[in-house]
Ligand binder design. Structure first.
Ligand SMILES: Cc1ncc(COP(=O)(O)O)c(C=O)c1O
Length: 527
């Protein structure tokens, strides 16, 4: 849709757009919709020049990046003309108008070619045929309602965002070198791969989880995925039917809850105490559940390690009821003191009598040790499920891009991964110590943070009387992105408020500065 060279019209007065920062719709999308509505309704004149992105951002009280994203979208859909960085104006003809072809014009074109009939310019426009709005599916609606909470905006991360690894330690040069070597040698699989992944990487993962986590599997049981989240999605689709009960740790990982809800299953909140998931409570609440989701090596978000006896109880229940256990081992590489317990997948293999079916699906990720933007994770499935997961994966995205799989296989195979883990582990231990220290200096009496021998986040207990959601909101307004612990509960939490603080992705200076800002926010709330 190319527009002739034209002089832009007069600058438009500021467009009023109502933004809702609490809405599940991202802010850039709200700006996009607001401007599009203004154009379609004529509030924003055709050809009008838009304010600069900087001015509009200031006017609406949002980041400039938000406006840039909205403008990019409107430009790509043909509502706006102009370049990023140059002036921008509304197009003379908006795409929606082009979709409605008036009958008079159509008649004239036909006549012009055949000469059959002289059209009358005064012929009244046809009344549009009644149109029935197409609907999204119930599953799509469930995904939207529950999954919107997982949407990440583009742009820099800020303390104390969760799930952010030490991105500044990513071995960029080594990665580039390994990738370059593959491409230069023409040693990249350009055809479609097995949905389970590239053989060398599957073998490298099988031997890594065997050595580091005590898992027992062959390379054939390993699926290379676009992150552990994809494991949660696939197990929900393949192993659950609508209406099935799933034991969910309470509090627990929202991404898992969302995957189960989107499959039509019913997450049943099961209490977590200082031994991990309370299996007896699970048996009481939903004895016939089809699945249990657990993070046994470092419970998310409380940080508890599931005791050996609870692991055995959980396995015994799964065996007696035919349930699945989803073991999410998302950050097990970050253990700073002591030895971790082997994973449940390995424990089950050890215990399993000959011929008995396996119940555990194990999910792991490279998002915490490397970076989450690579979208590299994996799962280990029982032998008998390999083919059904292969088929399921083929209908989602076929497989993870081959080039990334090759580079990661080389990275692990040549020993770089083990060295890198040692490096980020000690870096994150320092970052945790910085947060604990900053909290004892700046946040004492407001937020009590105790060290944790594992993980990439800490729990801060708020002083009595400070509500965690209110604290989260007030901190967000000052650019501090902690999470309110109560948001991880399905039922109302029993104990007082707490904030969950991710520290792995932030250097000591950022951590100390953010702790100071958070102290200011909480002091005002405590007054
Ligand atoms: C507990 C837990 N499980 C799974 C994931 C998913 O990780 P990814 O999809 O990035 O591998 C996360 C991400 O932060 C997490 O915190």
């Amino acid at each position: 849709m190319k527009e002739p060279n034209r002089k832009p019209g007069p600058a438009s007065p500021v467009v009023q757009i109502a933004l809702d920062s609490q809405s599940a719709t991202p802010l850039y999308r709200q700006v996009y919709e607001g401007l599009r509505d203004a154009m379609l309704s004529g509030r924003l004149a055709r050809g009008a020049r838009l304010p600069s992105t900087r001015a509009l951002a200031a006017d609406l009280g949002v980041a400039r990046n938000t406006i840039l994203l909205a403008f990019d979208q409107l430009r790509s859909e043909g509502y706006l003309a102009g370049r990023r960085g140059g002036g921008t104006h509304a197009r003379d003809v908006v795409p929606d108008a082009m979709l409605t072809v008036p009958r008079v014009r159509r008649a004239r074109r036909v006549v012009g070619r055949t000469g059959a009939r002289t059209p009358t310019k005064t012929e009244p426009p046809a009344r549009p045929a009644p149109s029935v709005a197409p609907k999204i599916s119930a599953r799509g609606q469930a995904l939207f309602e529950t999954g919107s909470i997982l949407i990440r905006r583009n742009g820099p991360h800020a303390p104390f965002e969760l799930g952010v690894p030490a991105m500044d330690a990513f071995p960029m040069r080594r990665w580039a070198q390994l990738a370059g070597r593959r491409w230069r040698r023409g040693d990249v699989d350009l055809g479609e791969l097995d949905p389970a992944g590239e053989p060398a990487l599957r073998a490298a993962i099988a031997s890594y989880v065997g050595a580091a986590r005590g898992a027992r599997c062959t390379a054939d049981q390993v699926f290379v995925l676009n992150g552990a989240q994809q494991a949660l999605y696939l197990v929900s689709q393949v192993l659950l039917d609508p209406g099935d009960d799933v034991w969910m740790e309470e509090p627990g990982y929202v991404g898992a809850r969302v995957a189960f809800l989107a499959a039509g299953a019913r997450p049943v909140p099961v209490r977590v105490d200082d031994e991990g998931l309370d299996v007896a409570e699970g048996r009481r609440l939903a004895p016939g559940a089809r699945m249990a989701y657990v993070t046994p090596s470092h419970q998310f978000p409380l940080g508890v390690v599931m005791s050996a006896s609870r692991r055995l109880q959980l396995l015994a229940w799964a065996r007696s009821s035919g349930a699945w256990i989803i073991e999410d081992d998302y950050d097990s590489e970050f253990r700073y003191t002591g030895r971790p317990l082997p994973c449940m997948q390995g424990l089950e293999a050890e215990q399993r009598e000959k011929g008995q079916r396996a119940h555990v699906v194990y999910a792991g990720t490279f998002s915490k040790t490397l970076v989450s933007g690579l979208r590299l994770g994996y799962m280990i499935v029982p032998d008998e499920l390999v083919d059904v997961f292969r088929a399921a994966r083929s209908t989602v995205d076929r497989h993870t891009p081959a080039a990334y799989q090759h580079v990661l296989a080389d990275f692990i195979g040549e020993g770089h991964y083990f060295r890198h883990i040692r490096h980020v582990r000690s870096l994150c231990a320092e970052r945790q110590a910085a947060l604990v220290d900053a909290a004892s200096v700046r946040l004492s009496g407001l937020l009590e943070i105790a060290p944790d021998p594992a993980g990439l986040h800490l729990l801060g207990r708020l002083a009595p009387g400070i509500d965690d959601v209110a604290a989260h909101d007030a901190a967000m307004a000052r650019g501090i992105r902690s999470w309110a612990l109560s948001k991880f509960y399905l039922r109302a939490p029993a104990s007082g408020g707490a904030l969950v603080l991710g520290y792995g992705g932030f250097d000591e200076r950022q951590i100390r500065r953010a702790a100071g800002t958070l102290a200011g926010v909480l002091e005002r709330m405590a007054r």
